[in-house]
Design a protein around this ligand. Structure first.
Ligand code: SAH
Ligand code: SF4
Length: 357
Protein backbone atom coordinates (compact mmCIF):
# COMPACT_ATOMS: atom_id res chain seq x y z
CA UNK A 1 0.00 0.00 0.00
CA UNK A 2 1.37 3.47 -0.82
CA UNK A 3 2.75 5.15 2.30
CA UNK A 4 0.25 7.99 2.43
CA UNK A 5 -2.66 5.57 2.34
CA UNK A 6 -1.42 3.98 5.57
CA UNK A 7 -2.51 5.00 9.02
CA UNK A 8 -0.21 4.58 12.01
CA UNK A 9 -1.77 1.26 13.01
CA UNK A 10 -1.19 -0.16 9.54
CA UNK A 11 2.40 1.01 9.59
CA UNK A 12 2.88 -0.65 12.97
CA UNK A 13 1.53 -3.86 11.48
CA UNK A 14 3.86 -3.65 8.48
CA UNK A 15 6.85 -3.10 10.73
CA UNK A 16 5.71 -5.37 13.54
CA UNK A 17 9.15 -6.86 14.06
CA UNK A 18 10.46 -3.38 14.89
CA UNK A 19 10.25 -1.61 18.24
CA UNK A 20 7.36 0.86 18.41
CA UNK A 21 9.66 3.84 18.73
CA UNK A 22 11.20 3.02 15.33
CA UNK A 23 7.77 3.08 13.73
CA UNK A 24 7.13 6.45 15.37
CA UNK A 25 10.46 7.61 13.97
CA UNK A 26 9.36 6.66 10.46
CA UNK A 27 6.04 8.45 10.92
CA UNK A 28 7.62 11.58 12.33
CA UNK A 29 10.41 11.53 9.77
CA UNK A 30 7.86 11.71 7.00
CA UNK A 31 5.25 14.00 8.49
CA UNK A 32 7.45 16.31 10.52
CA UNK A 33 10.84 15.97 8.88
CA UNK A 34 9.40 15.79 5.35
CA UNK A 35 11.69 12.93 4.45
CA UNK A 36 10.95 9.85 2.42
CA UNK A 37 10.64 6.76 4.61
CA UNK A 38 13.64 4.93 3.19
CA UNK A 39 15.80 8.05 3.30
CA UNK A 40 15.45 8.87 6.99
CA UNK A 41 19.08 8.82 8.01
CA UNK A 42 18.43 8.40 11.71
CA UNK A 43 17.09 4.89 11.00
CA UNK A 44 19.42 1.90 10.86
CA UNK A 45 20.67 1.28 7.36
CA UNK A 46 19.28 -2.24 7.29
CA UNK A 47 15.78 -0.99 7.99
CA UNK A 48 16.08 1.71 5.38
CA UNK A 49 17.22 -0.81 2.81
CA UNK A 50 14.45 -3.15 3.72
CA UNK A 51 11.84 -0.42 3.43
CA UNK A 52 13.25 0.56 0.07
CA UNK A 53 13.16 -3.02 -1.19
CA UNK A 54 10.27 -4.79 0.43
CA UNK A 55 7.64 -2.21 0.96
CA UNK A 56 5.58 -0.12 -1.27
CA UNK A 57 7.06 3.12 -0.11
CA UNK A 58 7.35 4.36 -3.62
CA UNK A 59 5.47 7.62 -3.78
CA UNK A 60 2.38 7.64 -5.98
CA UNK A 61 2.80 11.04 -7.58
CA UNK A 62 5.39 11.54 -10.22
CA UNK A 63 6.20 15.10 -11.27
CA UNK A 64 5.62 15.44 -14.98
CA UNK A 65 5.87 19.17 -15.47
CA UNK A 66 6.06 22.39 -13.50
CA UNK A 67 5.68 26.06 -14.31
CA UNK A 68 6.23 29.16 -12.24
CA UNK A 69 4.87 32.68 -12.31
CA UNK A 70 4.55 35.75 -10.11
CA UNK A 71 8.29 35.96 -9.49
CA UNK A 72 8.39 32.22 -8.81
CA UNK A 73 5.99 32.69 -5.92
CA UNK A 74 3.33 30.66 -7.73
CA UNK A 75 4.24 27.16 -8.85
CA UNK A 76 2.02 24.72 -10.66
CA UNK A 77 3.03 21.07 -10.69
CA UNK A 78 1.53 18.47 -12.98
CA UNK A 79 1.56 15.05 -11.33
CA UNK A 80 1.42 11.73 -13.11
CA UNK A 81 -0.52 9.09 -11.15
CA UNK A 82 0.31 5.39 -11.10
CA UNK A 83 -2.36 4.64 -13.73
CA UNK A 84 -1.22 7.40 -16.07
CA UNK A 85 -3.90 9.91 -15.11
CA UNK A 86 -2.69 13.38 -14.27
CA UNK A 87 -3.65 16.07 -11.77
CA UNK A 88 -2.31 19.47 -10.86
CA UNK A 89 -1.53 21.31 -7.63
CA UNK A 90 -0.71 24.98 -7.29
CA UNK A 91 1.49 26.40 -4.56
CA UNK A 92 1.24 30.11 -3.82
CA UNK A 93 3.64 31.92 -1.50
CA UNK A 94 2.66 35.19 0.18
CA UNK A 95 4.60 37.17 2.78
CA UNK A 96 2.56 35.78 5.64
CA UNK A 97 1.46 32.36 4.39
CA UNK A 98 1.89 29.66 1.80
CA UNK A 99 -1.27 28.20 0.30
CA UNK A 100 -1.64 24.96 -1.60
CA UNK A 101 -4.50 24.53 -4.02
CA UNK A 102 -5.05 20.80 -4.00
CA UNK A 103 -6.90 18.46 -6.39
CA UNK A 104 -9.42 15.92 -5.15
CA UNK A 105 -10.30 14.15 -8.40
CA UNK A 106 -8.80 13.56 -11.83
CA UNK A 107 -11.31 15.61 -13.80
CA UNK A 108 -14.77 16.51 -12.56
CA UNK A 109 -18.28 15.30 -13.38
CA UNK A 110 -20.12 18.49 -12.39
CA UNK A 111 -19.89 20.15 -15.79
CA UNK A 112 -19.79 23.84 -14.83
CA UNK A 113 -19.64 25.45 -18.25
CA UNK A 114 -16.90 28.00 -17.57
CA UNK A 115 -14.48 25.61 -15.83
CA UNK A 116 -11.67 23.84 -17.68
CA UNK A 117 -11.78 20.82 -15.37
CA UNK A 118 -15.52 20.49 -15.91
CA UNK A 119 -15.08 20.81 -19.66
CA UNK A 120 -12.62 17.90 -19.64
CA UNK A 121 -14.99 15.55 -17.79
CA UNK A 122 -14.48 13.04 -15.00
CA UNK A 123 -11.82 10.34 -14.86
CA UNK A 124 -11.58 9.10 -11.28
CA UNK A 125 -11.46 9.95 -7.59
CA UNK A 126 -8.08 10.49 -5.97
CA UNK A 127 -7.19 8.21 -3.09
CA UNK A 128 -6.56 9.62 0.36
CA UNK A 129 -2.87 8.94 -0.26
CA UNK A 130 -2.81 10.85 -3.53
CA UNK A 131 -4.37 13.86 -1.86
CA UNK A 132 -1.98 13.66 1.09
CA UNK A 133 1.02 13.25 -1.12
CA UNK A 134 0.26 16.55 -2.84
CA UNK A 135 0.49 18.10 0.61
CA UNK A 136 3.74 16.28 1.38
CA UNK A 137 5.45 17.49 -1.80
CA UNK A 138 4.10 21.01 -1.35
CA UNK A 139 5.43 21.09 2.22
CA UNK A 140 8.90 20.10 0.99
CA UNK A 141 8.75 22.61 -1.84
CA UNK A 142 7.56 25.34 0.46
CA UNK A 143 10.20 24.72 3.10
CA UNK A 144 13.13 24.32 0.74
CA UNK A 145 12.03 26.67 -2.01
CA UNK A 146 10.42 29.51 -0.10
CA UNK A 147 11.86 28.97 3.37
CA UNK A 148 8.29 29.12 4.64
CA UNK A 149 6.00 26.55 6.18
CA UNK A 150 3.00 25.38 4.18
CA UNK A 151 0.24 26.97 6.22
CA UNK A 152 -2.98 27.00 4.20
CA UNK A 153 -4.84 24.57 2.04
CA UNK A 154 -7.71 25.11 -0.34
CA UNK A 155 -9.60 22.31 -2.10
CA UNK A 156 -9.93 24.39 -5.22
CA UNK A 157 -7.87 22.34 -7.63
CA UNK A 158 -9.30 19.74 -9.96
CA UNK A 159 -12.47 18.00 -8.91
CA UNK A 160 -15.44 18.32 -6.62
CA UNK A 161 -14.28 17.35 -3.10
CA UNK A 162 -17.79 16.50 -1.88
CA UNK A 163 -18.11 13.91 -4.66
CA UNK A 164 -15.06 12.14 -3.19
CA UNK A 165 -16.18 12.73 0.37
CA UNK A 166 -14.56 9.86 2.30
CA UNK A 167 -11.09 10.20 0.85
CA UNK A 168 -11.14 13.98 1.17
CA UNK A 169 -12.25 13.96 4.81
CA UNK A 170 -9.76 11.20 5.68
CA UNK A 171 -7.02 13.25 4.03
CA UNK A 172 -8.08 16.40 5.89
CA UNK A 173 -7.96 14.57 9.23
CA UNK A 174 -4.45 13.42 8.48
CA UNK A 175 -3.38 16.86 7.24
CA UNK A 176 -4.55 18.32 10.55
CA UNK A 177 -3.26 15.54 12.83
CA UNK A 178 -0.10 14.46 11.05
CA UNK A 179 1.06 17.48 9.06
CA UNK A 180 -0.05 19.89 11.77
CA UNK A 181 -1.91 22.28 9.47
CA UNK A 182 -4.65 24.01 11.42
CA UNK A 183 -8.19 23.03 10.39
CA UNK A 184 -9.00 26.73 10.43
CA UNK A 185 -6.53 27.22 7.62
CA UNK A 186 -8.20 24.63 5.40
CA UNK A 187 -10.99 25.57 3.00
CA UNK A 188 -13.15 23.08 1.19
CA UNK A 189 -14.77 24.53 -1.91
CA UNK A 190 -17.92 22.87 -3.22
CA UNK A 191 -20.32 23.40 -6.04
CA UNK A 192 -23.08 22.84 -3.45
CA UNK A 193 -23.58 19.10 -2.92
CA UNK A 194 -26.17 19.19 -0.15
CA UNK A 195 -25.74 15.70 1.38
CA UNK A 196 -22.00 16.36 1.63
CA UNK A 197 -22.52 19.72 3.34
CA UNK A 198 -24.84 18.13 5.89
CA UNK A 199 -22.44 15.28 6.52
CA UNK A 200 -19.50 17.62 6.93
CA UNK A 201 -21.51 19.56 9.49
CA UNK A 202 -21.42 16.44 11.70
CA UNK A 203 -17.67 15.88 11.48
CA UNK A 204 -16.57 18.38 14.11
CA UNK A 205 -13.87 19.52 11.77
CA UNK A 206 -13.65 23.30 11.95
CA UNK A 207 -12.68 23.91 8.33
CA UNK A 208 -14.01 26.76 6.22
CA UNK A 209 -16.58 26.09 3.58
CA UNK A 210 -16.64 27.95 0.28
CA UNK A 211 -19.60 27.52 -2.04
CA UNK A 212 -19.39 28.25 -5.75
CA UNK A 213 -22.61 30.17 -6.32
CA UNK A 214 -22.01 32.28 -9.49
CA UNK A 215 -25.71 33.05 -9.96
CA UNK A 216 -28.31 33.78 -7.30
CA UNK A 217 -31.45 32.59 -9.05
CA UNK A 218 -32.13 28.98 -9.99
CA UNK A 219 -32.78 29.53 -13.65
CA UNK A 220 -29.46 31.28 -14.30
CA UNK A 221 -27.49 29.12 -11.92
CA UNK A 222 -28.66 25.90 -13.56
CA UNK A 223 -27.34 27.18 -16.87
CA UNK A 224 -23.89 27.91 -15.44
CA UNK A 225 -23.70 25.20 -12.78
CA UNK A 226 -25.80 22.20 -13.92
CA UNK A 227 -25.75 20.58 -10.45
CA UNK A 228 -28.08 23.34 -9.36
CA UNK A 229 -30.97 21.44 -10.99
CA UNK A 230 -30.43 18.70 -8.40
CA UNK A 231 -29.57 20.95 -5.46
CA UNK A 232 -31.46 24.22 -5.93
CA UNK A 233 -30.73 27.40 -4.02
CA UNK A 234 -33.45 27.24 -1.34
CA UNK A 235 -32.35 23.74 -0.30
CA UNK A 236 -28.74 24.85 -0.44
CA UNK A 237 -29.43 27.79 1.85
CA UNK A 238 -31.07 25.44 4.33
CA UNK A 239 -28.07 23.08 4.31
CA UNK A 240 -25.64 25.99 4.69
CA UNK A 241 -27.59 27.45 7.58
CA UNK A 242 -27.38 24.06 9.23
CA UNK A 243 -23.62 23.83 8.56
CA UNK A 244 -23.14 27.24 10.06
CA UNK A 245 -25.10 26.46 13.16
CA UNK A 246 -23.23 23.19 13.74
CA UNK A 247 -19.70 24.28 12.90
CA UNK A 248 -19.82 27.91 13.87
CA UNK A 249 -17.67 28.63 10.84
CA UNK A 250 -18.30 31.45 8.43
CA UNK A 251 -19.30 30.43 4.91
CA UNK A 252 -18.06 32.16 1.82
CA UNK A 253 -19.63 32.38 -1.61
CA UNK A 254 -17.50 32.32 -4.72
CA UNK A 255 -18.63 34.28 -7.73
CA UNK A 256 -16.64 34.31 -10.97
CA UNK A 257 -17.36 37.61 -12.69
CA UNK A 258 -18.67 37.05 -16.23
CA UNK A 259 -19.33 40.08 -18.42
CA UNK A 260 -23.01 40.59 -19.18
CA UNK A 261 -23.90 37.27 -17.54
CA UNK A 262 -23.74 37.72 -13.79
CA UNK A 263 -22.25 41.17 -13.22
CA UNK A 264 -25.32 43.43 -13.43
CA UNK A 265 -27.15 45.41 -10.75
CA UNK A 266 -29.93 42.81 -10.57
CA UNK A 267 -27.32 40.08 -9.99
CA UNK A 268 -25.80 42.08 -7.15
CA UNK A 269 -29.23 42.58 -5.57
CA UNK A 270 -30.06 38.86 -5.76
CA UNK A 271 -26.63 37.86 -4.48
CA UNK A 272 -26.80 40.29 -1.57
CA UNK A 273 -30.17 38.82 -0.54
CA UNK A 274 -28.85 35.26 -0.78
CA UNK A 275 -25.64 36.05 1.12
CA UNK A 276 -27.67 37.69 3.85
CA UNK A 277 -29.74 34.54 4.35
CA UNK A 278 -26.63 32.53 5.29
CA UNK A 279 -24.46 35.36 6.59
CA UNK A 280 -21.94 34.58 3.86
CA UNK A 281 -18.87 36.53 2.89
CA UNK A 282 -18.58 36.98 -0.90
CA UNK A 283 -15.38 36.35 -2.83
CA UNK A 284 -15.42 37.81 -6.31
CA UNK A 285 -13.10 35.90 -8.65
CA UNK A 286 -11.96 37.44 -11.93
CA UNK A 287 -13.08 34.94 -14.59
CA UNK A 288 -10.10 33.05 -15.95
CA UNK A 289 -10.03 32.12 -19.61
CA UNK A 290 -10.73 28.45 -20.42
CA UNK A 291 -10.77 26.71 -23.80
CA UNK A 292 -14.45 25.76 -23.83
CA UNK A 293 -15.98 29.07 -22.76
CA UNK A 294 -15.77 32.03 -25.09
CA UNK A 295 -17.35 34.70 -22.96
CA UNK A 296 -15.09 37.31 -21.38
CA UNK A 297 -14.68 38.14 -17.74
CA UNK A 298 -16.00 41.42 -16.35
CA UNK A 299 -13.77 44.47 -16.66
CA UNK A 300 -11.92 45.41 -13.45
CA UNK A 301 -14.02 48.53 -12.92
CA UNK A 302 -17.22 46.47 -13.26
CA UNK A 303 -15.89 44.05 -10.66
CA UNK A 304 -15.15 46.93 -8.28
CA UNK A 305 -18.58 48.45 -8.85
CA UNK A 306 -20.22 45.08 -8.20
CA UNK A 307 -18.20 44.77 -4.99
CA UNK A 308 -19.33 48.24 -3.94
CA UNK A 309 -22.96 47.36 -4.58
CA UNK A 310 -22.60 44.35 -2.32
CA UNK A 311 -20.79 46.34 0.35
CA UNK A 312 -23.46 49.04 0.24
CA UNK A 313 -26.05 46.33 0.90
CA UNK A 314 -24.16 45.32 4.02
CA UNK A 315 -22.37 42.30 2.53
CA UNK A 316 -18.76 41.59 3.27
CA UNK A 317 -17.24 41.26 -0.21
CA UNK A 318 -13.67 40.98 -1.47
CA UNK A 319 -12.05 40.69 -4.88
CA UNK A 320 -9.69 37.76 -5.11
CA UNK A 321 -6.15 38.45 -6.33
CA UNK A 322 -5.54 36.68 -9.55
CA UNK A 323 -2.54 34.41 -8.99
CA UNK A 324 -1.22 32.04 -11.63
CA UNK A 325 -3.48 33.13 -14.44
CA UNK A 326 -0.64 33.30 -17.02
CA UNK A 327 0.42 29.73 -16.36
CA UNK A 328 -3.14 28.39 -16.42
CA UNK A 329 -2.84 27.74 -12.71
CA UNK A 330 -5.67 29.94 -11.51
CA UNK A 331 -9.16 28.96 -10.38
CA UNK A 332 -11.00 26.88 -12.92
CA UNK A 333 -8.07 26.64 -15.30
CA UNK A 334 -6.69 23.29 -14.26
CA UNK A 335 -7.12 20.74 -16.98
CA UNK A 336 -4.42 18.25 -17.73
CA UNK A 337 -3.78 17.75 -21.37
CA UNK A 338 -2.80 14.15 -21.73
CA UNK A 339 0.18 13.21 -23.85
CA UNK A 340 0.96 16.88 -24.39
CA UNK A 341 3.95 16.76 -22.10
CA UNK A 342 6.88 14.46 -21.74
CA UNK A 343 8.04 13.12 -18.43
CA UNK A 344 10.86 14.98 -16.74
CA UNK A 345 12.19 11.69 -15.47
CA UNK A 346 10.81 8.72 -13.68
CA UNK A 347 11.77 10.08 -10.34
CA UNK A 348 12.50 13.74 -9.82
CA UNK A 349 13.10 14.92 -6.31
CA UNK A 350 10.56 17.42 -5.15
CA UNK A 351 13.33 19.80 -4.26
CA UNK A 352 14.58 19.55 -7.83
CA UNK A 353 11.23 20.87 -8.94
CA UNK A 354 12.10 24.21 -7.52
CA UNK A 355 15.56 24.28 -9.06
CA UNK A 356 14.17 23.36 -12.45
CA UNK A 357 11.52 26.05 -12.45
N1 SAH B 1 -15.33 21.81 -7.47
C1 SAH B 1 -15.15 22.77 -6.45
C2 SAH B 1 -13.71 23.17 -6.23
C3 SAH B 1 -12.83 23.32 -7.43
S1 SAH B 1 -13.18 24.68 -8.49
C4 SAH B 1 -16.02 24.00 -6.72
O1 SAH B 1 -16.54 24.11 -7.82
O2 SAH B 1 -16.19 24.79 -5.81
C5 SAH B 1 -12.53 26.05 -7.56
C6 SAH B 1 -13.22 27.38 -7.85
O3 SAH B 1 -12.90 27.85 -9.17
C7 SAH B 1 -14.73 27.31 -7.80
O4 SAH B 1 -15.23 28.39 -7.09
C8 SAH B 1 -15.10 27.41 -9.27
O5 SAH B 1 -16.41 27.86 -9.45
C9 SAH B 1 -14.07 28.38 -9.75
N2 SAH B 1 -13.92 28.44 -11.20
C10 SAH B 1 -14.16 27.48 -12.10
N3 SAH B 1 -13.88 27.91 -13.35
C11 SAH B 1 -13.44 29.18 -13.23
C12 SAH B 1 -12.97 30.15 -14.16
N4 SAH B 1 -12.89 29.89 -15.44
N5 SAH B 1 -12.61 31.36 -13.67
C13 SAH B 1 -12.66 31.63 -12.35
N6 SAH B 1 -13.07 30.75 -11.43
C14 SAH B 1 -13.46 29.53 -11.86
FE1 SF4 C 1 -16.13 20.72 -11.06
FE2 SF4 C 1 -15.74 22.86 -9.51
FE3 SF4 C 1 -15.11 22.91 -12.11
FE4 SF4 C 1 -17.66 22.88 -11.38
S1 SF4 C 1 -16.17 24.49 -10.97
S2 SF4 C 1 -16.74 21.64 -13.00
S3 SF4 C 1 -17.56 21.58 -9.61
S4 SF4 C 1 -14.15 21.65 -10.57
Amino acid sequence: MPFFDLNQAQLLELLKDQPTYRVKQVWQGVYEGLERPHEITSLPKSLRERMGQEMDFALSLNPVDRVAADDRRTIKVLWGLADGRQVESVLMAYSDRVTLCVSSQAGCAMGCVFCATGQAGFFRHLTKGEILEQVFHASVLSKRGFGQRLSNLVFMGMGEPMANYENVVAAIRSIVNDFGVSARHITLSTVGIIPGIRRLAEEELPISLAVSIHAANDEKRTRLVPMNARYPLDDLVEALTYYRSRSNRRISFEWAMMAGINDGLQDAIELAALAKRVGAHVNLIPLNPTPGWDYPGSAPEVVREFRDQLTDSGINATIRANRGNQIAAACGQLQTQFSRRARISDRTDTQDLFRLV
